[in-house]
Ligand binder design. Structure first.
Ligand SMILES: *Cc1c(COP(=O)(O)O)cnc(C)c1O
Length: 393
């Protein structure tokens, strides 16, 4: 029951799934006249806590905003350093830059795409204040190792959970394995609010600081004011709030998350079984039985012979109306902004380079049924076969 049908016979890489429930819920808010600081954001937060098991959650305007708030709330800024993975969304590093601190990039493991814990220690200096990990494509990072390093060096741990809603490690949901976690509700993610994000934490102090700073450092929310218009700014802050209209979509979306996750898992496993038949292919997945993947998408690292023909491979898939993507198109330190500012040493990021330069990302989301997945698998295998036997592109 999907209202917004995208072009027929087309399998998009990502597609938000909304129906009359989201539409009714938004309409109700619009009619209520309360568009900010309202009860719907609180309800969304409550539901998010019960799904993840976090003690506290705070809606924010995006995942990037939430991560920026984390550094701001902890006073991390100019002169400080934060360890971040090289293989991630630009936003992970931008949030550090926005705080004034310097992102220090670390290469990833090839099997998971996650930050390599073994390579962190030697990047830690006197200036290091925090480690930010990303549960890459929903594959949980080995948090035991990360927390050990963090404790030894007295560092905060932030989890970028933009792709890990539903992912857990040793039965604990991602986002509360470190000091805080931030989720994204951008349209292509596990659930959407249009734009939006959520910070979760079990630390009351961090929660309260984030809540204050997202709302301009103002001590009373609209609902808490006894006399209308009377409030005080007790600290500096941003306007990083989520509107009630966005939260209304989130409230309906979070109710569907378990259904979404089970379809993702089914789609992923079917596709993996087929594509694994290609010789020397690597499919990123959890390597650890105590980790639960949330299956954001499937990253397929092509064997070298096929990797040379990747653009052609993608073109052929797209011609079959199969939507693809590349997660992520470049190691972040190779992106122009960072390369210019900090320089780029290729040998430090060899695994991140392999993922960026040799992978194709395929969709497994709940917008795909079993026919779509079979269609994708069949064409992927056929194209691989044709390209492998071809000498020149
Ligand atoms: C999408 C994404 C973000 C950014 O999320 P926004 O809500 O758009 O700010 C950050 N990190 C990762 C890993 C992402 O995939």
């Amino acid at each position: 029951m999907n209202f917004f049908k995208i072009k027929k016979n087309k399998i998009p890489f990502g597609k938000p799934l909304v129906d009359f429930k989201e539409i009714n819920s938004v309409t109700k808010v619009l009619k209520s006249g309360i568009y900010a600081h309202g009860p719907i954001s609180n309800l969304f937060e409550k539901k998010f806590c019960s799904f993840t098991g976090a003690k506290f959650s705070s809606t924010v305007s995006s995942c990037t905003a939430g991560m920026h708030l984390f550094y701001f709330a902890l006073g991390i800024g100019r002169g400080d350093e934060v360890i971040v993975p090289a293989q991630t969304h630009t936003a992970t590093a931008h949030a550090v830059e926005l705080s004034g601190a310097k992102p220090v990039f670390v290469d990833c493991e090839i099997e998971t795409g996650n930050i390599d814990p073994e390579k962190i220690q030697k990047k830690i200096t006197k200036k290091t204040k925090a480690i930010c990990v990303v549960h890459f494509l929903g594959i949980p990072v080995d948090m035991k190792k990360i927390n050990y390093i963090a404790k030894k060096n007295n560092l905060f741990v932030l989890e970028d959970c933009a792709l890990s809603l539903g992912a857990s490690y040793n039965k604990t949901h991602t986002g509360i394995l470190g000091d805080a976690g931030v989720f994204s509700f951008y349209p292509a993610k596990h659930i959407t609010t249009g734009e939006g994000g959520m910070v979760i934490t079990n630390n009351k102090k961090i929660y309260e600081k984030i809540k204050l700073s997202k709302s301009l450092g103002i001590n009373k929310t609209f609902l808490e004011r006894k006399t209308p218009g009377v409030y005080d700014a007790i600290s500096l802050g941003f306007n990083y709030r989520m509107s009630e209209i966005h939260a209304a979509i989130g409230v309906e979306q979070i109710k569907k998350i378990n259904k979404f996750l089970s379809i993702r898992k089914k789609n992923f496993n079917f596709l993996k079984k087929q594509i694994n038949k290609i010789k020397d292919v690597i499919i990123l997945d959890s390597q650890n039985s105590s980790s639960k993947n949330s299956y954001y998408c499937m990253n397929i690292i092509l064997p070298i012979k096929l990797a040379n023909k990747r653009m052609n491979f993608i073109k052929k898939l797209n011609e079959k109306n199969i939507g693809t993507s590349i997660y992520y198109p470049q190691p972040v330190p190779r992106m122009s902004y960072y390369k210019k500012k900090y320089g780029y040493l290729r040998k430090n990021f060899l695994n991140a380079e392999i993922i960026s330069d040799r992978c194709i990302s395929l969709p497994v989301g709940p917008h795909l049924n079993s026919f779509d997945i079979k269609y994708i698998a069949r064409h992927f295998m056929e194209i691989a076969k044709i390209l492998k036997n071809r000498k020149k592109i």
